[in-house]
Design a protein around this ligand. Structure first.
Ligand SMILES: [Ca+2]
Ligand SMILES: [Ca+2]
Ligand SMILES: [Ca+2]
Length: 273
């Protein structure tokens, strides 16, 4: 029974590496172009880690009936293992690669760098961003924007197109943010990520966190790419131009301290009237 033992060992080794890279301090605005990686860099930007499904999972783990499974002992977003080998730097990603790519947004835009995925032999791959809430206040709603680059066209439809977003406030329990789940055709107001070459700009969209993001604590955001069943390699996709801000209406008043201040002004006015 050599094969199962090897698979178990590999999964255990990946789990041991599952701590993410140091978090980025989030003071109320965040923007990442990935361009500072450079054309030959292999290191992820600050706050990012790369994960793949553990050994023993495959391109049948997630499907259009199960979706990408958030939590569970195996075959879930929660059970993915960190891969610290380093990115593969290239202009145009091709083939399969469980290290992740540092790619160019296009062959004519070499300085515009993109993190790209093309998982193989596992359930999928993910880029994970860890942020520490240094705004000094609890946050419940964020506005997230990013661009999905579609590097390749595929002969048949990808089972689960593009990236799905998962968030975690403890690094253990994960929640899908359904508003960002793409479809091939963008039906019913969903994000369209067709199986053709191109880019999909996901407009900044507000979403509620699964629980309050307390001041001083961490939030993880994962862009998860499934390893599709139908084609091999399945569509190679990439992540570019991430922006994150607190949801504007709550941020505008609380960040400037206008909430308590306005209350005091109103109280004084009524008291002195
Ligand atoms: Ca870029
Ligand atoms: Ca694949
Ligand atoms: Ca995929």
């Amino acid at each position: 029974m050599k094969t199962p033992k090897t698979a178990l060992f590999t999964a255990a080794a990946l789990t041991m590496l599952a701590s993410t890279s140091p978090a980025v301090v989030f003071v109320g605005t965040y923007a990442e172009t990935f361009d500072e990686i450079g054309t030959t860099g292999t290191a992820l930007p600050a706050g990012y880690s790369y994960f793949v499904g553990e050994s023993g999972t495959s391109n049948t783990t997630w499907s259009n009936t199960t979706g990408i499974v958030a939590n569970g002992a195996t075959g879930s977003v929660a059970s993915m293992g960190q891969n610290t080998v380093g990115l593969t730097a290239t202009t145009t990603p091709s083939g399969t690669n469980n290290n992740g790519f540092n790619a160019a947004a296009s062959s004519t835009a070499a300085s515009d760098r993109v993190l790209a995925t093309s998982p193989t032999g596992v359930s999928g791959a993910a880029f994970d961003l860890t942020l520490t809430n240094s705004t000094g206040m609890a946050l419940n709603t964020l506005t997230l924007g990013y661009t999905t680059i579609r590097f390749t066209s595929v002969a048949t439809a990808n089972e689960l197109p593009g990236y799905e977003i998962f968030v975690s406030l403890d690094g253990a329990t994960w929640t899908n943010v359904a508003a960002f789940n793409p479809t091939l055709d963008g039906a019913n107001g969903t994000i369209a990520v067709p199986d053709t070459v191109g880019s999909t700009a996901v407009a900044p969209t507000a979403f509620s966190l699964p629980a309050t993001w307390a001041a001083g604590s961490n939030l993880d955001i994962r862009w998860v790419d499934d390893n599709a069943v139908q084609t091999s390699p399945d569509q190679i996709i990439g992540l570019n131009n991430v922006t994150i801000v607190p949801e504007p209406s709550t941020w505008a008043t609380s960040a400037l301290g206008l909430g308590p201040l306005m209350s005091l002004v109103l109280y004084r006015r009524s008291f002195c009237a």
